[in-house]
Ligand binder design. Sequence first.
Ligand code: KG4
Ligand code: ZN
Length: 359
Amino acid sequence: MYTPLAKEKFDSLTKKANEGGPITILAIETSCDETAVSVVKDGRQILSNVIASQIDIHQKFGGVVPEVASRNHTLAINSCIEKAILDARVDITEIDAIAVTYGAGLLGALLVGISSAKALAYTLKIPLIKVNHIEAHICANFIEYKDLTPPFLAVVASGGHTNLYEVEDYNKYVPIGGTTDDALGEAFDKVARLLGLPYPGGPEIEKLAKTGQATIKFFKNPKASFNKDLSLSYSGLKTAVVNYINNARQRGEKLAVNDICASFTKQAVDMLVDTAIYAVKNRGIKNIALAGGVASNSYLREKLIHEAEKIGAKVFIPPSILCTDNASMIASRAYFSILSGENIADLTLNAKANLCYNA
Ligand code: KG4
Ligand code: ZN
């Protein structure tokens, strides 16, 4: 069951978007530990970007506790919605559609955002649009780079995902590779935890890596730096680092933490960069867009730009605030759905913990 008049309004929004807009979307993102609400015009112009982070709350547990995340979303969501509308300086009646992340993510956390989005869409009698979180990460690039157009290769590296997509069109995100086990951000977080560093581990490892030497070889016989089927694996590297640290501790050796951080970063990131460069060369793609929380990592940014330059490819990287979870990227993804008349949701919309392409 659609919200009242939603289908007719959605069709007229599609028409309006194709005639040049303007389309104003309020988007909600609650898939993990950020309660985020944004108002975005025409998919690329941020009017407000409110993010209530729960990092401080989860830090004492060393990682995100799903039930705690859900409870804190319920506490934060209404004030985030209010602030997003106030910051955007729009009247609530100017909002054309509500967008919401329906997956992938933590089920209870997602349901908080979905319930609020349904309530808003129902009362305002405007369409509800469902958004795939991973595709939305890629759309952060459309916000930052107004002239970026498909086709391009997207490399999404976050706490939950490490995937390569061939973005054929604004609405066609074809998965072509990625991790078969841990995500890159997850590996950063796990290594950091073992070293006694706070959550989230990625930024902490980055800080220490800056003054370390990447000289430690965690594998005796390292494998090829990429697989031709574009698959990646981080659990082997993570285990090798864990063994290295535990062995050193058992021998009573002082850990060269900065060198461990630099060496882990280099090996983990090089795998991703080598895979991306192989994909680009193999498929004749010219542009690479980076996305997801790990895209904030300066070694990843520099290495990818350096390697891409060698083969004449161009790299796009959003600013950190748009790399980590935010709702502006959700609004952007929803705008392109409106443009092509896809992904309208009804009031039966449910959360999905795992999400394959177009699931
Ligand atoms: O995209 P994101 O905010 O949330 C998910 O959708 O997962 O990504 C969070 C992940 C965490 O694993 C965090 O440690 C990692 O991104 N991260 C980083 C950096 N900043 C965040 N990893 C490496 N270097 C960073 N500078
Ligand atoms: Zn994310």
